[in-house]
Design a protein around this ligand. Structure first.
Ligand code: ADP
Length: 593
């Protein structure tokens, strides 16, 4: 994998590479041209000195003079010029050399074949760079001829050790290298600062972008250097401002919508044109007993209900509106009214549907109760009416003639009329209690007085049936907080049942005591008792454990319903303890004042 280099490092490396390449190129060029230049300059200088030396030699040298004089001339000129000077005859014999002593002259090799000497002999002047076997160093030689090539007198040769030239070159090279190094350092510095000037704002920009990407929209770049990166930073900040504004707007709109949806009692479901759920509110989750968010599912995956599928399908297929009543299953079955409407417009949800669910379970329950009630009342009325009508017809058909039959049928008419009357009275009482038009007029009611009144009502009946009536009251007396008339009616109803359903020889008790939740009125009997399965519905209107027996006893099926309503109107509660064969106890708990 390639190493990840920062922008700054890249610029630095790039800058350095350019500078190094340029300097290398310059250095090579300089080295080449400088070497040649210096050599040609030195050679030029040497040639000028040679001309001078040739002039001096032609002035001071005579062919006739001996070796000693030539050697002296060479040494003198060499000293003055600061150079090695060699005097060579056209035959190649060295007659004088400023660096070689007189004694060694004869031992020197013949110089006629030396390239500079050959050139001087033919063209008057010559040069060569060679290793001098005499001195053991590289030398630059220039040679000039005294006289002309047709009559050559003497060859004068000057030599300059190249080591000097090399020293000059090395000096120049050092200078160039130093300048190069300085150049590199300077350019690295400049490149560093330039790269930092660009990379720093880029890093700021990256950091800011990362924070924004992580969800915090508040940071901005703010510092804008005066180049393209600055423009980028400014544009970035503007973009972040717009983004933040947009997101705030969207969030506010979303919060408003969320608030409305969660405050709604109605369930709401939104589906896209493909039938996938986009949104449901809390109310719908509750209405449908959903445990997990159904977003992304289809409505049939959310809840299996053909009517709902049908309505949603019809709207998605192009119908503008559909409504259905559906029943949900599960632990808490409900009746729901669903209105499904097509989403118009050209937004992303266009072609989808919105469904609103109203919980109409309570309405349905009340409707059913009303229907049942009307059916029950009609049924209850039909029996006595049929009996009265039958008796009247029988009387008209001739029974009236027979005093015995006439009495029997008139008594029957009277009995059923009483029953009708009881029924109508009970219905009226119930209607009054249910309507809330007769709220209890509460007052302190003396328990003993209430007990006396109730027992007085039933004493004859109980004696007739051979039942023992008992009463129990706290010695210190007891006051009940309630409506005297309503409380008496409730106790009368309970006592009526106890006496009605208890077989002769049994016992019926009425007791009052002060309990924890208020005053307790208990009516107990040693009657047949009630099977536990009937207890939950015992206080419903027209609910009877044994219908025939109840009718036979003249019951309307409304007594306990009336008791329940009276207790509720007093803010109290009602309890039953009963077991088949063991008698029953009904308790009214009336809260204290
Ligand atoms: P009803 O007019 O039929 O007595 P109620 O509402 O007073 O109507 O009582 C409802 C039913 O409860 C009765 O039909 C009866 O079956 C049962 N019931 C009420 N009180 C007693 C009781 N003390 N012992 C046994 N059954 C009772």
């Amino acid at each position: 994998m390639k190493p990840r280099l920062s922008f700054q490092t890249r610029v630095l490396i790039g800058g350095l590479a350019v500078v190094l390449c340029t300097l290398l190129f310059v250095a090579v060029l300089l080295e080449r041209s400088l070497g040649e230049r210096i050599l040609s300059q030195v050679q030029g200088g040497l040639e000028k000195q040679l001309t001078l030396a040739v002039d001096l030699v032609s002035d001071r040298w005579r062919p006739s003079q001996g070796l000693d004089a030539s050697e002296n001339l060479a040494e003198d000129l060499g000293r003055k010029l600061g150079l090695r000077i060699t005097l060579i005859t056209p035959q190649g014999l060295v007659v004088g050399d400023s660096e070689v002593g007189r004694a060694d002259l004869e031992r020197l090799e013949n110089h006629a074949r030396r390239p500079e000497v050959v050139a001087a002999m033919t063209s008057g002047q010559g040069s060569s760079i060679r290793y001098s076997s005499t001195l053991g160093v590289d030398l630059l030689y220039v040679a000039g001829l005294v006289g002309d090539p047709s009559r050559p007198g003497l060859v004068v040769r000057l030599a300059l050790p190249l080591s000097e030239l090399n020293r000059t070159l090395t000096g120049v090279r050092r200078l160039v290298l130093g300048a190069m190094l300085l150049g590199v350092l300077l350019s690295v510095g400049v490149a560093f600062f330039m790269a930092r000037g660009i990379s720093r704002p880029l890093k700021d920009l990256t950091r800011t972008a990362q924070i924004i990407a992580s969800g915090d929209l508040s940071p901005r770049v703010r510092r804008y250097p005066r180049h393209e990166v600055g423009d980028l930073g400014r544009a970035f900040d503007r973009m972040a401002d717009t983004l933040q504004q947009k997101i705030e707007d969207i969030t506010a709109a979303h919060d408003r919508q969320d608030g409305i949806l969660s405050a709604m009692m109605e369930g709401v479901m939104l589906v896209d044109p493909e039938g996938r759920i986009l949104l449901v509110n809390q109310a719908l989750m509750r209405l449908l007993d959903l445990t997990r968010d159904p977003v992304g599912l289809t409505s049939s995956e959310m809840v299996r209900n053909p009517d709902l599928q049908d309505a949603v399908g019809a709207v998605l297929a192009g119908q503008p509106y559909q409504s259905r009543e559906i029943r949900t299953l599960g632990s808490n079955p409900r009746h729901l009214e669903v209105h499904v409407a097509r989403l118009a417009g050209d937004g992303p949800q266009a072609g989808g549907a919105v469904a609103v669910f109203h919980d109409i379970s309570e309405r349905k329950r009340v409707e059913k109760m009303r229907r049942d009630f009307v059916a029950n009342v009609s049924h209850e009325l039909r029996t006595p009416l049929t009996a009265i009508r039958g008796s009247a017809e029988t009387l008209l058909d001739g029974a009236l003639e027979s005093p015995h039959y006439a009495k029997h049928f008139v008594e029957m008419i009277e009995r059923h009329t009483q029953r009708l009357q009881r029924l109508v009275e009970d219905l009226l009482d119930l209607a009054r209690l249910e309507s809330g038009q007769a709220p209890p007029k509460k007052d302190a009611v003396d328990a003993a007085e209430l007990a006396d009144a109730v027992l007085a009502t039933f004493s004859d009946l109980a004696a007739e049936k051979g039942l023992e009536l008992t009463r129990s009251l706290p010695r210190e007396g007891l006051k009940l907080w309630g409506d005297r008339r309503q409380l008496e009616q409730a106790v009368l109803n309970l006592m009526d049942n106890a006496i009605k359903y208890t077989q002769p020889g049994g016992k019926v008790g009425l007791s009052f005591r002060a309990g924890e939740g208020g005053s307790v009125i208990a009516v107990s009997d040693t009657g047949p008792g009630i099977d536990p399965q009937h207890l939950p519905r015992l206080f419903e209107r027209f609910y009877r454990v044994d219908k025939d027996r109840s009718r036979e006893m003249g019951g309307t099926g409304l007594g306990l319903a009336i008791v329940k309503h009276i207790v509720q109107a007093h803010g109290g509660s009602l309890e039953v303890d009963s077991q088949p064969g063991r008698g029953s106890e009904f308790r009214l708990i009336i809260p204290a004042a």
